[in-house]
Design a protein around this ligand. Structure first.
Ligand code: PEP
Ligand code: MN
Length: 410
């Protein structure tokens, strides 16, 4: 009996796919070879590895090509976000290899730092880690806690001040960060931004990629929301902060936002922590709702250890047996964290309280506890908000919160 191997149309189509995938990977290899060339050129010119404007341009370009080809621009942005993130990792490895070269100096770790020196850690006694491997294999320095030596503080460590434009988080005055839970429309974010600026807020918040408990709840406007948030921030001269949910979104979010937010649900999303560690934007790390202070600081260590020293923490309440409030605002974490780390810490009373009328008291309490800032949610019409309306302040109440800050720095 003889068997004839006839190729079916399905098999033929699969062969074509295999061929395309092969060319895909070959093209990727070709792309990374160019990345290596760029790395050398940047080093010769003394440039830093990351260039957010260039990344924004590149992502816009591939999204436009996707649109022409009838593909989803968001999908293509995400794919290229991953590719860019690996490019940065590769460039950092190349620089590290160059620094480890016997010709090169091995004593001055900061010289090989992938971190943009213009985004300074001012006051941080230790230099930024030269590389992931270097930072994460560094022996315990005696005074530091074993699981977070880079972020640990001892009596000789200066405090980190995170600079975002001319805003200082961890400086002399506490900072007000405010904005809607989610960016919903141009009108909504512009009206809120105006009120934030008038209230003396220094940073504008607004979620674009929303981590919602239910998959049927509003998920945010995504890339369109980022554009609206950036426009509102520019109009009212407020740097913007927004949450990034996935490693593949880091490049797109960093291209538009001044500060990257890691939400409570992602505090221990280690691939995401590493990805923002490689970004050159400051990061606000929220405390996980079930996380101990030790776990929170260890999560911060991931970011700092991967090359980004510009991290500040945000206490947003933890889950306890109490059900009268949405979470329990653990304000005792503020003095504890200030003792254990040199990183600044701010407080988000909105997500903890879950109810707007309790927010002003918790803002006062947070300032009393010594927080370096407070983040609150506010909305022009809170009862119509697409997310977290019950805890969002009206714009009038936001102005009153601003008064608390004015009296603090007077
Ligand atoms: C937020 O700040 O938008 C948010 C989702 O908060 P959390 O991650 O603290 O729940
Ligand atoms: Mn919210």
């Amino acid at each position: 009996m003889s068997t004839t191997s006839t190729t079916t149309p399905l098999q033929e189509a699969r062969d074509r796919i295999d061929d395309i995938d092969r060319r895909f990977v070959e093209l990727l290899a070709e792309r990374y070879a160019v990345v290596d060339d760029i790395c050398k050129l940047k080093e010769e010119e003394g440039n830093t590895i990351k260039d957010h404007d260039r990344e924004a341009e590149l992502l816009d370009h591939v999204a436009a090509v996707a649109e022409e080809e009838g593909l989803s621009p968001d999908l293509v942005r995400r794919l290229f976000g991953e590719i860019l993130s690996h490019s940065v990792e590769r460039q950092q490895e190349r620089r590290q290899e160059a620094a480890d070269d016997p010709e090169g100096p091995d004593s001055d770790a900061s010289e090989a730092s992938p971190v943009d020196p213009s985004v300074s850690t001012n006051g941080h006694a230790r230099p930024a880690p030269a590389s992931t491997a270097d930072a994460l294999s560094r022996p315990e320095n005696g005074a530091s806690d074993r699981s977070y030596p880079e972020v640990a503080r001892d009596d000789t460590t200066d405090r980190t001040v995170v600079r975002v434009g001319d805003v200082e988080i961890g400086g002399a005055d506490p900072v007000l960060i405010a904005g809607p839970c989610s960016v919903e429309s141009r009108d909504q974010i512009l009206r809120t931004a105006e009120a934030v600026a008038e209230a003396g807020g220094r940073l504008l918040r607004g979620g674009c990629f929303k981590p919602r408990t239910s998959p049927y709840s509003f998920q945010g406007l995504g890339a369109e929301g980022l554009d609206l948030l950036a426009e509102a921030g520019e109009r009212f001269d407020l740097p913007v902060i927004t949450e990034v949910l996935a490693p593949g979104d880091v490049a797109a979010v960093a291209a538009r936002a001044d500060v990257l937010q890691i939400g409570a649900r992602n505090m221990q999303n280690f691939p995401l922590l590493k990805a923002v560690g490689r970004a050159e934007r400051p990061v606000m790390l929220k405390r996980g709702m079930m996380a101990t202070i030790e776990e929170w600081l260890s999560a911060a260590e991931y970011i700092v250890g991967h090359g980004n020293p510009n991290v500040f923490l945000c206490e947003r309440g933890i889950r306890t047996f109490e059900s009268a409030t949405r979470y329990t605002l653990d304000l005792s974490s503020v003095p504890v964290v200030k003792e254990r780390t040199h990183l600044p810490v701010v407080v988000d009373p909105s997500h903890a309280a879950g109810e707007r009328r309790w927010v002003p008291a918790m803002v006062r309490a947070a300032l009393g506890a010594g927080a370096h800032g407070v983040m609150v949610e506010a909305h022009p019409t809170p009862d119509e908000a697409l997310s977290d309306g019950p805890q969002s302040l009206s714009l009038d109440r936001l102005a009153e919160i601003g008064q608390l800050f004015a009296s603090q720095s007077a």
